[in-house]
Write a protein that binds this ligand. Sequence first.
Ligand code: SF4
Length: 291
Amino acid sequence: MTREEIYALLYDDAEVYRPPFEAESALLEVSHGCSYGRCFFCDFGRDEFYHFDFEDIENKIKLLSHVIDGSDRLYFLGSNPFCAPTGKLLRIIDLVRRHLPSVEEISMYARADDINRKSWHDIMRLKDAGVTDLHVGVESGSDKVLKLMNKGETTHDIAKALDTLESCEIGYNLTAILGMGGYRYSAEHAEETARFLSRFHPISIWCMALKIWPDTPLYQMAQDGRFEQMTPLDVLKEERAMISMMEMEKECIYVDSTALNKYTISAWLPSLKDSVLENIDRLIAQAEAEL
Ligand code: SF4
């Protein structure tokens, strides 16, 4: 079989979605869609949720062994594969160990409530088996904004999950969504998200501007005036405000590839905070000059 034929068999979905930090990772389909699926802004919420059959995953791991090329990191695809029963995840990891010996790190997306539903003991078993870090969507540090977007979790729930990961010494990568509170909650979203992120020690923070996808509840909210989407320039100003208030204790990589819909902001925080703010100020001045 050629590599192209193997890749065609490896991924059922036409488009494979993974965080930018996983660009170099080998990818394994473990689940499809999101077990929650009710965030108003999310277009993955429309996808049917299911875990792939164990036999299917086993076949894909065997296929992956022909193309993995010694990669030491494996990313489980799906919006929240961590919601799978611990026993199933451990069986999958056992197969990874057997067929993909080069893999040293395993990561995937988890909702905070997926983490909170598992016992500390089960999370430690997953860590010991090779789960080195997780990706967790914070989206906002403001409970008002989380409620507005029907996130189904509070900042208390997310903080509890991150505290558990810290106590298990599992790393975490966080995402936040700029402009998610619209104009109404922009100042609060910036301040509370900065405060929330600063309480923790993420490996990375991935920020992106809110996008309003057709056929989502948020699209309807924007259509009938219940949500006022911010302009890219105002989103960038919100991001500047948020970063200026962030006081990260531990170095983490910060990335936003959506600034003004065309620029990428990428820097280590807190060490490069001043230079990031200077660069954002330049972008804001440039965009205002073009108005
Ligand atoms: S938890 Fe994540 S994937 Fe699931 S609906 Fe919300 S934003 Fe989408």
